[in-house]
Design a protein around this ligand. Structure first.
Ligand SMILES: [Fe+2]
Length: 173
């Protein structure tokens, strides 16, 4: 996997105007793939909580597209922070999951550290600013303990819209 492969997986990267953020998003995915020992990331499921066929890449792109649409009607939000934050919000899942005997399962690392925490660390390591790391750290339940930024509120809701609809579609309460 290289820079051009990540760009092809995530077309939303091209929506970011800030060149440093673009580089940081690509770098975050490459760092995470390396730490998680993945040769390819395209088939990783977006969650192990429900039996969905939706991949992590499809979920990330759906959340990014929803976030872009909302950011366009809320110009008071920082557009680049929203897009970059959406693109990396689940980057830590590459450490939380592993492929064992042909099945995606929670890794030993994932038993101890959830993706908002590992993702936060990876995003900072990739050179992205704290405002984006905050989105990653606060996008899930962990974020209930802090005051989410407006951009983090947006990503949190887009993430749960995608998850809850998928859950309902599968007939799960
Ligand atoms: Fe997510």
């Amino acid at each position: 996997m290289d820079e051009s492969y990540i760009k092809r997986l995530f077309p939303g990267i091209e929506e970011i105007k800030n060149e440093e953020f673009k580089k940081g998003v690509i770098s975050a995915w490459l760092i995470s793939a390396q730490k998680g020992n993945w040769n390819d990331i395209k088939d990783i499921p977006f969650t192990l909580l429900i039996p969905t066929k939706k991949s992590l890449i499809e979920h990330t792109n759906a959340v990014t597209e929803m976030a872009i649409a909302i950011a366009r009607v809320r110009p008071d939000l920082d557009f680049d922070i929203v897009v970059a934050g959406a693109l990396v919000h689940d980057v830590g899942k590459l450490l939380e999951y592993e492929l064992k005997n042909g099945k995606f399962v929670k890794s030993c690392y994932g038993e101890l550290v959830r993706h908002p925490v590992s993702g936060y660390q990876i995003v900072l390591e990739a050179g992205l600013p704290l405002e984006i790391a905050h989105i990653v750290a606060a996008h899930s339940e962990e974020g209930e303990k802090v005051k989410r930024s407006p951009e983090a509120i947006l990503i949190h809701h887009c993430d749960f819209i995608d998850f809850e609809i998928e859950k309902r579609r599968l007939g799960i309460k």
